[in-house]
Design a protein. Sequence first.
Length: 226
Amino acid sequence: MARHQKDILESGLRIVSQQLPNSESVSILISVQAGSRNEQKGQYGVAHFAEHMLFKGTGKRPSPLLVSSPIESTGGFLNASTGYESTNYWCKVPENHFRTGIEILQDMMQNSLLNEEEINSERRVIIEEIKTIEDYPDSKTALNLDKLMWPDSALGRDIAGSIQSVENINQETIRAFLDDFYLPTNTVISIAGNVDHDKSIQSIDQLFLTHPFPGSQLKISPIENV
């Protein structure tokens, strides 16, 4: 099996790829090194909220359906997750639709509308997610254990935030978080499938240089201080 290849673009964006000649699909993951531990007091849950909002529409694709359908219509899928220290967006598509996959992810990352109506609608969805933990004893137990182990740390909080903190999150809060942390120097793009590394670099370079990341320098606290 071929070894993976790595490159760093002039912007600081890191790319890791591994070509799999026998694969008929390609998986693309964009990992931003920012999660719930990067949140400010009173804004707990904003990393998770921002992840949800990136699926809700862009200037070019102004609805959730228009964001997801170009990938799903190929038989692929699109998803994301938020953790304590990273937020990850990924898709899997047939290898001949690689360009479609990377275009959709780039558009989500850099051109999301953050529509107020969608934010208010998604707030209700997230609050219901927070409430449902009460219906799952194993999840509730795990969260309580985290609180005991990390009482004064982000690691002891629910990644989704609390009902009160989510109610306080608005468009300005989300945009500020994206501007602070969704930076090329803070992002890794990982690709695996039947796609040449140089072709990957070319596509990513074109897309991400044409539509630069917002923000400036990464601001992150040492883990012992959060």
